[in-house]
Design a protein around this ligand. Structure first.
Ligand SMILES: *Cc1c(COP(=O)(O)O)cnc(C)c1O
Length: 433
């Protein structure tokens, strides 16, 4: 174990200094924190469900009021007309993921979007039928690719290649992904990987993997559930073919809120791409002529199927407005500091006991999440104590605790308080054996 000389008092002092220097600290006031014994909980699960912005209620109320006042006329007469409501999200979202506005659309939800996009971009033909995915991947993504393979008459046992982590820390060596691509280059049709792994917090080199796979005519799709609003993305420049994400994790848009999709500009004028179409994908100027002929839009909006879910989009807009004010570069800078400080605090607690109680498995390529293996005899019991003491983190079997210090609303002091609670819980419960 590294020798380490900080004490909890040092951590507390350092937190105070860092909070004072933090130019984004006022954003914390824009969010609602769950309460525990009359105080804000220490919330470290923005990677799973982001906190509610205080202004979200006003954005949704605006739509409820406009619905009450205008009824169906709200499509055109609401303060933010529903017919074009989704367009207000596009520019703000495109900036966050590094895309051109025409490449982005907010619609449906994440797994649905993966399916709709695979309809267009998973086109097995001849020998090229396989989908490459990482393991462990989020189960929904695994089910989605398996069912797509079956839909095309393939066999998921042989046509889904899972590049497995062979390490006990769940980290997937990127060279293993590149090796698998090179080995099966003539058989892989599509690669679909989580840009930030949900379990380990590992950030993949999207640009590098994408350009390598493109050499072999492999289409590259990325699931950005844990990446959007968390790490730097340049989807257009990186030549990503398509991507999908949800808005309820780092993007703070509320449970089950509207998802996002990206289709690279180079595909937008390919009208031969098969799609599952709906009336919201047809030319919007002609839409209400109700013609039986689909006139595909030359933008990502072509993939829209249904009219937009305004109430969930209102929540999304409330949050994207905050991102626009804070800006991604500033958020990422603070995020790096916060995450490093969380690691420092965990090492300090280890040091008090002279044992590696908390082992961070997240590699250096990371965003605002540390996945922590808890080396105690009863890690689940320890985790439950955290919750009892007002610390909201999350648990993933077999023994991983995930913690995300989110730059929009977490402070350095949150982390100093966490370190004190960790020590308190360990001492109170005689967790060291
Ligand atoms: C959160 C998450 C999902 C959830 O999918 P929904 O369709 O939004 O329920 C899927 N995939 C990944 C990688 C995730 O992190």
């Amino acid at each position: 174990m590294k020798t380490f000389s900080l004490t909890l008092a040092d951590i507390k002092n350092k937190a105070r200094e860092l909070d004072e220097q933090d130019t984004l600290k006022h954003f914390r006031e824009k969010f609602l924190f769950p309460q525990h014994n009359g105080k804000n909980v220490l919330y470290f699960t923005g990677n799973s469900l982001g906190l509610q912005p205080k202004q979200t209620k006003d954005y949704i109320l605006q739509e409820l009021n406009d619905w009450a006042q205008y009824g169906v006329e709200g499509h055109f007469h609401a303060k933010r007309p529903w017919y074009s409501y989704h367009e207000q999200l596009t520019n703000k979202m495109a900036k966050i993921v590094g895309a051109l506005p025409e490449e982005v659309v907010m619609m449906n939800q994440l797994t649905s979007n993966l399916h709709f996009l695979m309809v267009s971009f998973y086109r097995p033909s001849g020998k090229k039928r396989k989908i490459l995915i990482e393991y462990p991947a989020f189960p929904s993504d695994v089910y989605a690719v398996q069912s797509q393979v079956k839909f095309h008459g393939g066999n998921p046992e042989t046509d889904v290649i899972m590049v497995r982590s062979e390490r006990d820390d769940f980290v997937v060596d990127e060279t293993k992904i590149l090796d698998a691509i090179a080995t099966y280059k003539d058989e892989i049709a599509l690669l679909l990987i989580g840009g930030v792994n949900y379990l380990s917090g590992q950030v993949f080199d999207i640009a590098n993997i994408t350009s390598f796979a493109h050499k072999y005519n492999i289409i590259c799709g990325w699931d950005l559930a844990h990446a959007a609003g968390n790490v730097e993305l340049k989807l257009h420049d990186w030549d990503v073919d398509f991507a999908a994400w949800c808005s309820y994790k780092y993007l703070n848009s509320g449970p089950g809120s509207v998802g996002g999709a990206f289709i690279h500009q180079k595909h937008l004028n390919n009208f031969d791409l098969p799609i599952f179409a709906g009336w919201w994908g047809t030319d919007k100027k002609e839409r209400f002529k109700m013609k039986p002929v689909f006139e595909p839009m030359p933008t990502a909006e072509r993939w829209q199927v249904s009219n937009a879910p305004i109430l969930s989009m209102a929540a999304c807009l409330a949050s994207l407005d905050i991102f626009e004010e804070a800006t991604m570069p500033a958020l990422i800078q603070k995020s790096k500091q916060l995450t490093a400080f969380l690691e420092e605090a965990l090492l300090t607690v280890n040091n008090i006991y002279g044992k590696e109680i908390f082992k961070v498995i997240t590699p250096a390529q990371r965003g605002a999440q540390l996945s922590i293996v808890c080396n105690l005899e009863h890690p689940k019991k320890f985790f439950n104590e955290l919750i009892q003491n007002g610390v909201i983190a999350d648990w993933r079997e077999p023994n991983v605790i995930r913690m995300a210090p989110v730059p929009l609303y977490n402070s350095f002091n949150d982390i100093a308080q966490l370190a004190e609670k960790l020590r308190y819980i360990i001492d109170q419960n005689n967790f060291i054996f």
